[in-house]
Design a binder for this molecule. Structure first.
Ligand code: HEC
Length: 131
Protein backbone atom coordinates (compact mmCIF):
# COMPACT_ATOMS: atom_id res chain seq x y z
CA UNK A 1 0.00 0.00 0.00
CA UNK A 2 2.76 2.37 0.96
CA UNK A 3 4.80 1.55 -2.11
CA UNK A 4 1.71 1.98 -4.20
CA UNK A 5 0.92 5.49 -2.98
CA UNK A 6 4.57 6.45 -3.45
CA UNK A 7 4.19 5.31 -7.02
CA UNK A 8 1.17 7.57 -7.43
CA UNK A 9 3.06 10.52 -5.98
CA UNK A 10 5.95 9.90 -8.36
CA UNK A 11 3.55 9.72 -11.27
CA UNK A 12 1.86 12.97 -10.27
CA UNK A 13 5.21 14.72 -9.86
CA UNK A 14 6.34 13.47 -13.24
CA UNK A 15 3.10 14.63 -14.78
CA UNK A 16 3.39 18.08 -13.24
CA UNK A 17 6.97 18.38 -14.44
CA UNK A 18 5.91 17.34 -17.92
CA UNK A 19 3.01 19.77 -17.85
CA UNK A 20 5.08 22.76 -16.79
CA UNK A 21 7.65 21.84 -19.43
CA UNK A 22 4.87 21.80 -22.02
CA UNK A 23 3.52 25.12 -20.78
CA UNK A 24 6.89 26.83 -20.92
CA UNK A 25 7.42 25.41 -24.40
CA UNK A 26 4.09 26.87 -25.46
CA UNK A 27 4.89 30.21 -23.83
CA UNK A 28 8.28 30.53 -25.50
CA UNK A 29 6.73 29.41 -28.77
CA UNK A 30 4.21 32.22 -28.48
CA UNK A 31 6.97 34.76 -27.88
CA UNK A 32 8.90 33.49 -30.89
CA UNK A 33 5.80 33.74 -33.01
CA UNK A 34 5.29 37.34 -31.98
CA UNK A 35 8.88 38.28 -32.73
CA UNK A 36 8.89 36.57 -36.10
CA UNK A 37 5.32 37.66 -36.89
CA UNK A 38 4.64 36.41 -40.45
CA UNK A 39 4.82 32.66 -39.65
CA UNK A 40 1.22 32.50 -38.43
CA UNK A 41 -0.24 35.07 -40.79
CA UNK A 42 -1.96 33.04 -43.46
CA UNK A 43 -4.34 35.84 -44.41
CA UNK A 44 -3.05 39.11 -45.89
CA UNK A 45 -2.29 41.91 -43.40
CA UNK A 46 -5.37 43.92 -42.48
CA UNK A 47 -5.96 47.03 -44.52
CA UNK A 48 -6.00 49.63 -41.80
CA UNK A 49 -7.11 52.49 -44.05
CA UNK A 50 -10.20 50.61 -45.23
CA UNK A 51 -10.92 49.39 -41.72
CA UNK A 52 -10.66 52.89 -40.31
CA UNK A 53 -12.81 54.39 -43.07
CA UNK A 54 -15.41 51.71 -42.51
CA UNK A 55 -15.58 51.58 -38.70
CA UNK A 56 -14.04 54.71 -37.21
CA UNK A 57 -14.19 57.63 -39.64
CA UNK A 58 -17.87 58.31 -39.02
CA UNK A 59 -17.01 59.63 -35.54
CA UNK A 60 -13.30 60.33 -35.76
CA UNK A 61 -13.19 61.89 -39.24
CA UNK A 62 -11.36 60.48 -42.27
CA UNK A 63 -8.09 62.17 -41.26
CA UNK A 64 -8.52 61.99 -37.48
CA UNK A 65 -10.25 65.35 -37.13
CA UNK A 66 -13.84 64.80 -35.99
CA UNK A 67 -16.73 66.80 -37.36
CA UNK A 68 -17.77 69.59 -34.95
CA UNK A 69 -20.87 67.68 -33.86
CA UNK A 70 -18.67 64.78 -32.73
CA UNK A 71 -15.95 67.01 -31.32
CA UNK A 72 -18.65 68.46 -29.06
CA UNK A 73 -19.40 64.94 -27.88
CA UNK A 74 -15.82 64.47 -26.76
CA UNK A 75 -14.19 62.87 -29.80
CA UNK A 76 -10.58 64.06 -29.65
CA UNK A 77 -8.68 65.47 -32.62
CA UNK A 78 -6.25 62.66 -33.28
CA UNK A 79 -4.51 64.67 -35.97
CA UNK A 80 -3.34 67.24 -33.44
CA UNK A 81 0.35 66.87 -32.56
CA UNK A 82 -0.54 67.58 -28.90
CA UNK A 83 -2.93 64.63 -28.88
CA UNK A 84 -0.37 62.40 -30.58
CA UNK A 85 2.22 63.35 -28.01
CA UNK A 86 -0.11 62.85 -25.07
CA UNK A 87 -0.91 59.20 -25.91
CA UNK A 88 1.34 56.17 -26.05
CA UNK A 89 0.68 53.38 -28.54
CA UNK A 90 -0.34 51.23 -25.56
CA UNK A 91 -2.95 53.79 -24.52
CA UNK A 92 -4.34 54.07 -28.03
CA UNK A 93 -4.49 50.28 -28.32
CA UNK A 94 -6.20 50.05 -24.93
CA UNK A 95 -8.87 52.58 -25.93
CA UNK A 96 -9.66 50.57 -29.05
CA UNK A 97 -9.66 47.25 -27.19
CA UNK A 98 -11.77 48.29 -24.23
CA UNK A 99 -13.55 51.38 -25.49
CA UNK A 100 -14.33 54.27 -23.18
CA UNK A 101 -17.08 53.44 -20.76
CA UNK A 102 -19.96 55.87 -20.72
CA UNK A 103 -19.07 57.34 -24.12
CA UNK A 104 -19.86 56.52 -27.74
CA UNK A 105 -16.48 54.79 -28.00
CA UNK A 106 -17.32 51.09 -27.80
CA UNK A 107 -14.83 48.26 -27.24
CA UNK A 108 -13.51 46.56 -30.38
CA UNK A 109 -11.76 43.58 -28.82
CA UNK A 110 -14.54 41.24 -29.88
CA UNK A 111 -15.05 42.81 -33.28
CA UNK A 112 -11.46 43.13 -34.51
CA UNK A 113 -8.41 40.89 -34.37
CA UNK A 114 -5.28 41.89 -32.47
CA UNK A 115 -3.51 42.40 -35.81
CA UNK A 116 -6.29 44.68 -37.02
CA UNK A 117 -6.15 46.74 -33.83
CA UNK A 118 -2.35 47.00 -34.09
CA UNK A 119 -2.70 48.17 -37.68
CA UNK A 120 -5.22 50.81 -36.57
CA UNK A 121 -2.80 52.10 -33.94
CA UNK A 122 -0.16 52.51 -36.65
CA UNK A 123 -2.71 54.12 -38.95
CA UNK A 124 -3.81 56.60 -36.28
CA UNK A 125 -0.12 57.49 -35.79
CA UNK A 126 0.06 58.37 -39.47
CA UNK A 127 -2.38 61.25 -38.84
CA UNK A 128 0.36 63.18 -37.08
CA UNK A 129 1.86 65.78 -39.38
CA UNK A 130 5.45 64.91 -40.24
CA UNK A 131 7.99 66.69 -38.06
C1 HEC B 1 -19.82 56.14 -32.47
C2 HEC B 1 -18.67 57.00 -32.53
C3 HEC B 1 -17.29 56.35 -32.50
C4 HEC B 1 -16.81 55.34 -33.30
C5 HEC B 1 -17.51 54.59 -34.42
C6 HEC B 1 -15.41 55.13 -32.90
N1 HEC B 1 -15.09 55.98 -31.88
FE1 HEC B 1 -13.28 56.14 -31.00
N2 HEC B 1 -14.02 57.51 -29.71
C7 HEC B 1 -15.30 58.03 -29.73
C8 HEC B 1 -15.45 58.96 -28.63
C9 HEC B 1 -16.71 59.75 -28.28
C10 HEC B 1 -14.21 58.99 -27.96
C11 HEC B 1 -13.85 59.83 -26.72
C12 HEC B 1 -14.16 59.05 -25.49
C13 HEC B 1 -13.83 59.84 -24.24
O1 HEC B 1 -14.53 60.79 -23.97
O2 HEC B 1 -12.84 59.46 -23.59
C14 HEC B 1 -13.35 58.05 -28.65
C15 HEC B 1 -12.06 57.80 -28.28
C16 HEC B 1 -11.18 57.03 -29.01
C17 HEC B 1 -9.78 56.86 -28.68
C18 HEC B 1 -9.08 57.41 -27.44
C19 HEC B 1 -8.75 58.84 -27.64
C20 HEC B 1 -7.91 59.39 -26.53
O3 HEC B 1 -7.91 60.61 -26.39
O4 HEC B 1 -7.25 58.63 -25.83
C21 HEC B 1 -9.23 56.10 -29.66
C22 HEC B 1 -7.79 55.68 -29.80
C23 HEC B 1 -10.28 55.77 -30.59
N3 HEC B 1 -11.46 56.34 -30.17
C24 HEC B 1 -10.13 55.01 -31.70
C25 HEC B 1 -11.19 54.54 -32.47
C26 HEC B 1 -11.04 53.57 -33.54
C27 HEC B 1 -9.72 52.99 -34.02
C28 HEC B 1 -12.28 53.32 -34.01
C29 HEC B 1 -12.68 52.35 -35.10
C30 HEC B 1 -12.31 50.97 -34.92
C31 HEC B 1 -13.21 54.15 -33.26
N4 HEC B 1 -12.50 54.86 -32.34
C32 HEC B 1 -14.58 54.21 -33.47
C33 HEC B 1 -16.28 57.73 -30.65
C34 HEC B 1 -16.21 56.74 -31.60
Amino acid sequence: MKACSRGVVTAVVALLALLSFRLSAVASGAVEEKAGAPAKEASPPPNAAALYADKCAICHGADGTPKPVFAQKGVPNMKAPEWQKARTDAQVRQSILEGKEGTMMSPYKEKLSAAEIDSLVTYIRSFAPAK
